[in-house]
Design a protein around this ligand. Structure first.
Ligand SMILES: [Zn+2]
Ligand SMILES: [Zn+2]
Ligand SMILES: [Zn+2]
Length: 112
């Protein structure tokens, strides 16, 4: 039996899930839209392809997938900065978009 490999949606994708908006070596993380139940290269791709805006995922969702090896992980693993499976680094600048992609735990925010 072959394992299910999720499809990556986006515009101008390459083999590692980079899109026309983000195409650095490290732009390999793809993000889960909770409403679509699909992975997108970035929220800009999502919002172009979908009628709704990107719906952030919960901390328990496998919200991020490594475009290089297709390993899926939670936000916490993603924030470690590299793929836990193939160890390729993720672009740290993606943290700027955390509030788009992830539901931030409010208790955690208040304690900082
Ligand atoms: Zn969606
Ligand atoms: Zn994109
Ligand atoms: Zn990987």
């Amino acid at each position: 039996m072959t394992e299910w490999v999720p499809v990556i949606y986006g515009i101008g994708l390459d083999a590692a899930g980079r899109c026309q908006h983000y195409h650095l070596e490290t732009d390999i993380a793809v993000l889960w839209c909770r409403r679509c139940q699909r992975y997108y290269a970035c929220y800009r791709c999502h919002d172009t392809l979908c009628q709704h805006t990107f719906v952030a995922s919960a901390p328990t969702d496998l919200a991020v997938m490594c475009g290089a090896c297709r390993y899926r992980m939670t936000v916490d693993r993603y924030h470690e900065g590299q793929c836990p499976h193939c160890h390729r680094p993720f672009n740290p600048r993606c943290r700027l978009h955390d509030q788009v992609y992830f539901l931030i735990d409010e208790r955690e925010v208040q304690s900082k």
